[in-house]
Design a protein around this ligand. Structure first.
Ligand SMILES: NC(=O)c1ccc[n+]([C@@H]2O[C@H](COP(=O)([O-])OP(=O)(O)OC[C@H]3O[C@@H](n4cnc5c(N)ncnc54)[C@H](OP(=O)(O)O)[C@@H]3O)[C@@H](O)[C@H]2O)c1
Length: 245
């Protein structure tokens, strides 16, 4: 590792979608690295369980629906009120729908766009002013998807929301770099989480053994955060050795 790898000790990171999968794995790895985490998600019981696991001194949780701007502001406020600052934010909350664009209800399509794309925008809008005010910089690490680089034929609307996240990350990199904020889109291929179940996949399906693990994506997020400040990674497409690119 380069000598100037950044220590994450006592840094404060807000994570959305922290009740499961990649978000929860990222929270665990960050706390292992000495960071403090503010956890957002809609399922309060899971948030409470994760705070208890990580230790109340290391984690704070806010029941939060990312499609609501005020909920994102509450998550950021919890971090700042608890630890006095916000170093970085990981907009990770997301949902997927498989099948033709014609298969889904209007409500589910709207929910996916509101969660995956608008939710990311609301999280960023809440976090950036407080990152600039309290630490003068930091990182935004958006968990997008390889579907945001080349969409599959059974996930068109989902892919569109992920392309939007990747486009947002690139534009934010150009907007915020001069202010000291690095912006990264981490784009994983299939990950073995609750999200990946569907279209014939069930818990224990053999295909899932070839998938990334949530801890793999957490590793990417933490690696990005720990980069020396003179470096930035704008895009990371992440695959397991068993996955076809
Ligand atoms: N699994 C994959 O194959 C894969 C591949 C590439 C990219 N990704 C991306 O990775 C991210 C995390 O997914 P995952 O695989 O970890 O899935 P997961 O285990 O199903 O977790 C999804 C998380 O998003 C949260 N969430 C969903 N809607 C939300 C909302 N409106 N407000 C707040 N939180 C919300 C869920 O929490 P609550 O339900 O408690 O709110 C949960 O914590 C997503 O953005 C997904 O698109 C996943």
């Amino acid at each position: 590792m380069p000598a100037e790898t950044r220590s994450l000790q006592d840094t404060v990171v807000a994570i959305t979608g922290a009740t499961a999968g990649i978000g929860a794995a990222t929270a665990r790895l960050l706390v292992e690295a000495g960071a403090r985490v503010a956890l957002g998600g809609r399922r309060t019981d899971r948030l409470d369980a994760l705070v208890a696991e990580l230790g109340p001194g290391n984690a704070v949780a806010v029941t939060c629906d990312v499609s609501r701007p005020a909920d994102n502001a509450a998550l950021v406020a919890a971090a700042v009120n608890t630890w006095g600052k916000l170093d970085s934010v990981v907009p990770n909350a997301g949902m997927g729908l498989y099948g033709s664009i014609l298969d889904h209800t209007d409500e589910r399509v709207a929910e996916m766009m509101d969660t995956n794309y608008a939710g990311t925008v609301w999280t960023v809008r809440a976090a950036v002013p407080e990152m600039l005010r309290t630490t003068g910089g930091g990182d935004i690490v958006i968990v997008a998807s390889v579907a945001g680089l080349r969409g599959g034929g059974d996930e068109a609307v989902y892919a569109g929301t992920k392309f939007a996240q990747v486009g947002l990350a690139g534009a934010l990199d150009r907007e915020l770099g001069a202010k000291g904020i690095r912006v990264t889109a981490v784009c994983p291929a299939g990950v073995d989480t609750e999200f990946a179940l569907g279209t014939g996949r069930t818990p224990g399906s053999p295909i899932l053994e070839t998938y990334l693990r949530p801890e793999d994506v957490a590793f990417a997020v933490v690696t990005v955060l720990a980069q020396p400040r003179r470096l930035r990674t704008t895009l990371w497409s992440l695959w397991s050795m068993g996955q076809q690119s």
